[in-house]
Write a protein that binds this ligand. Sequence first.
Ligand SMILES: O=C(O)C[C@@](O)(CF)CCOP(=O)(O)OP(=O)(O)O
Length: 326
Amino acid sequence: MEAIAKAHTNIALIKYWGKRDESLFLPMNSSLSITLDQFYTTTAVQFCSCLNQDLFILNGNLADDAETTKISKFLDRIRELKGEKIYAIVNSNNEVPTAAGFASSASGYAALAAAATKSIGLDLDKKELSRIARQGSGSACRSIYGGYVEWEMGEKTDGSDSYAKPVMDGQEWDLSILSVLVGSKQKKVLSREGMKRTVETSPFYPGWLDTVEKDLNLAKQAIQQRDFDLLGNVVEANALKMHATTLGANPPFMYWQSGTIEVMEHVQELREAGIPAYFTIDAGPNVKVICQQKDEAAVRQALLNVKAVQDVYLCHSGPGVTYLPV
Ligand SMILES: O=C(O)C[C@@](O)(CF)CCOP(=O)(O)OP(=O)(O)O
């Protein structure tokens, strides 16, 4: 039968940075994110014994072999779970403007995990869906839930205890997240390669591990207490520490460009002007700025005035994965 699922992208407030197991996508540390209301992937899956291979249609076009192979490898895990050798047509549409500085892998694998398991006849709960989505892309395990989400790293070697769960206290604390596009034509080091190289070669990586758990606990305390400055300070410091590790890698690399730093400086100037705003940055030059909703218009205007800024996308907290009518 056909199944359709929709999943939204998420922004890490406390970063997932480094794997302890590359094949099972097991992380070196737990992380915390907020799922966004903008930017999502809708995926339809239909398994059929009439097919002799998987077909993958992405944004209306037949995907290339490399993409299709990645999807097939992911579907193999679902076929194995079901114990059935059957192929599928996967039709995925990303409402995630790649140019907006968002990777679509988190929403993409969360939607695929939900639609594919439903279509093959597996009726899984969100914990099991999160475990499966994790094996497509680590951060995808967090997009199964809405709002504030913690991905528990787990300790077991089989990954059975590595999945996401909602941070219950945060549900109605609706902050504003502004995605600031400073653009980048250069081929960046993709997060998968970036974290691998950092774990393997950066002398600063152990320092990252020394403090990330404390950051996570502080962030959860801030959410529980609705303490925006506590959250903002720990989120900004955590992002800076993650990026510091890349400078010590061999060969070293840096995700920031001049526009990135310009935005960082403007965010700190906003705070000096009495408007609490904080930044976080992932595996690219674009910046995500968090602020309280009462300040979102002023913060958005200030960011649009920064010379290097090409666009600003305003987001709020969004929902977890849902099934759409076929
Ligand atoms: O999102 C975060 O926690 C932090 C990052 O965005 C920082 F860049 C990494 C996301 O890594 P992802 O794309 O999930 O890697 P995969 O497991 O190798 O597919």
